[in-house]
Design a protein around this ligand. Structure first.
Ligand SMILES: Cc1ncc(COP(=O)(O)O)c(C=O)c1O
Length: 460
């Protein structure tokens, strides 16, 4: 039996940051011990999250029935192509599940085209760029400091496809696109594709307001719903495919509490466009599309149809409650005049508390997991002024408005009243101990952070 990894279980609490990485196994270490150490690190990680308050806006927890799919035999198989048109034999049940998945996707989003083959949000973005833009063309998007994902950067998907960004004008007070100035930019530069969607996504995008301009210049609207897919599915945000975007790309594991996977949706009857999107998904950016996660996505779509509206409503209500409670305790939560947020996310300028990097680290050491984040005007991604907070996971385990107030109190105690980190960590763990089961899914009440020990012991 191998001793637990000291970096994962050090005396500063369950797997808290700091202390640096522990040494790698040496060449003489038996591989059974290496496997035991890997298991130990993952088990420690699960316990750490079980006892922490996770507020990362892009993370969520999988339901038990979806999780089951991840360790099924689908994981071992290949199924290139589309149901009924595969290149391998043995795919009958894969076809059945994928047909169900596609049908549920069409029902959930009320759209005419669904492709579940991109294996992540970034891969879905690459597929859209491959289908709808040629190298050298201009594509409208937002700046990273205004909340865009790195897909829009020259070192991300845009750069890989060789397209050039045309940046929208931004309104930092309203934390959304400045419509009049953006209309002028689009009319002057006339990109053929315009991307709407963010990683710091507080308010719906003004697609309906910009739609006449897009039509005038002949540009297609493309929506990146990685963050807000579950809010769209639950009818709590905006409906981009019916407001003027023809294509939507997404990850399926943020506000939609599904497996780590990707998705393409379209609202079009144009067979040429559907063919371009499908062939960009395969063979353009994927070969096999990770069938175990596809099956988990089918389960997650079914659960979203059943429970997604209530979950999305509470997720947004929690974000607004957390923002209000932080604001009342002297934190600078962005977009106060607009009610802080209409999504799952809030942005807090923590320059007074020591800056995004230091604050996120202090919070993590106190059992509250967040991330530093660029805010409008920031230039250094390593030293931004902000932190980003999201409520998908705490909502998933059943927290409601009173718990958001308690979390804000913990922020205040740590960052304004200098309460020691270990005391805040104990208080965070005490709060979390009442919220460790999954809600808004079939099998509600199952342990949310359970490590599935299939063999029952370490290898020897
Ligand atoms: C707006 C946006 N698009 C795309 C992605 C990429 O998604 P994935 O991590 O699934 O590749 C993210 C991830 O955070 C995102 O925020």
């Amino acid at each position: 039996m191998v001793q637990p990894n000291p970096a994962s279980t050090g005396n500063r609490g369950v797997g808290v940051s700091g202390g640096g990485p522990s040494p790698l196994p040496g060449p003489e270490t038996p591989m059974a011990e290496v496997v035991a150490r890997i298991r130990s690190a993952v088990q420690t990680h699960s316990r750490r999250f079980e006892t922490s308050i996770p507020l990362i806006a892009s993370e969520n927890l999988l339901s038990p029935y979806a999780k089951e799919m991840l360790i099924s035999d689908f994981h071992s198989r290949y199924a290139e192509g589309l149901p009924g048109e595969r290149y391998y034999e043995g795919n009958e049940q894969v076809d059945e599940v994928e047909r169900i998945c596609l049908d549920l996707g069409r029902r959930l989003f009320g759209c005419s085209f669904v492709d579940v083959r991109p294996i992540s949000g970034t891969v879905a973005n690459l597929a859209v760029l491959k289908a709808l833009a040629e190298p050298g063309e201009l594509v409208g998007t937002s700046r990273l400091a205004d909340g865009a994902h790195i897909s829009s950067a020259s070192f991300g998907a845009f750069g890989m496809r060789g397209v050039k960004p045309v940046y929208y004008a931004w309104d930092p007070e309203r934390m959304t696109i400045d419509v009049p100035r953006t209309r002028e930019i689009l009319k002057a530069v006339r990109p053929k594709l315009c991307l709407f969607g963010l990683s710091l996504f507080l308010f719906p995008m003004p697609i309906e307001e910009l739609r006449p301009t897009l039509e005038e210049i002949g540009a297609r609207g493309w929506y990146d719903a990685a963050h807000v897919l579950g809010l769209i599915a639950g009818g709590q945000f905006q409906d981009p495919l019916h407001e003027g975007c023809t294509v939507l790309s997404a990850s399926t594991h943020k506000t939609l509490p599904g497996p780590q996977h990707g998705l393409l949706l379209g609202q079009t009857e144009d067979p040429d466009l559907k063919r371009k999107l499908a062939s960009a998904a395969f063979p353009g950016v994927t070969s096999n599309h990770h069938l175990h996660t596809m099956a988990a996505l089918a389960v997650s779509f079914a659960e979203s149809i059943e429970f997604g509206r209530a979950y999305a409503r509470q997720t947004v209500a929690n974000a607004r409650a957390l923002a209000q409670a932080l604001n009342e305790r002297g934190f600078e939560v962005l977009a106060e005049p607009l009610g802080f947020t209409r999504s799952h996310t809030i942005a807090v300028r923590v320059a007074r508390e020591g800056g995004g990097e230091g604050v996120a680290r202090r919070l993590a050491d106190s059992g509250i997991i967040t991330n530093k984040n660029l805010l409008p005007g920031d230039t250094s991604p390593k030293h931004p002024q902000g932190i980003r907070l999201g409520t998908p996971e705490v909502t998933r385990v059943g927290m409601k408005e009173p718990e958001m107030v308690r979390i804000a109190e913990l922020f205040d105690e740590l960052l304004h009243r200098q309460r020691p980190a270990d005391q805040v960590r104990s208080a965070a763990a005490e709060l979390k101990s009442r919220f460790t089961t999954l809600q808004y899914c079939f099998g509600a009440g199952e342990a949310a952070y359970r490590y599935y020990d299939l063999v029952g012991r370490d290898p020897s």
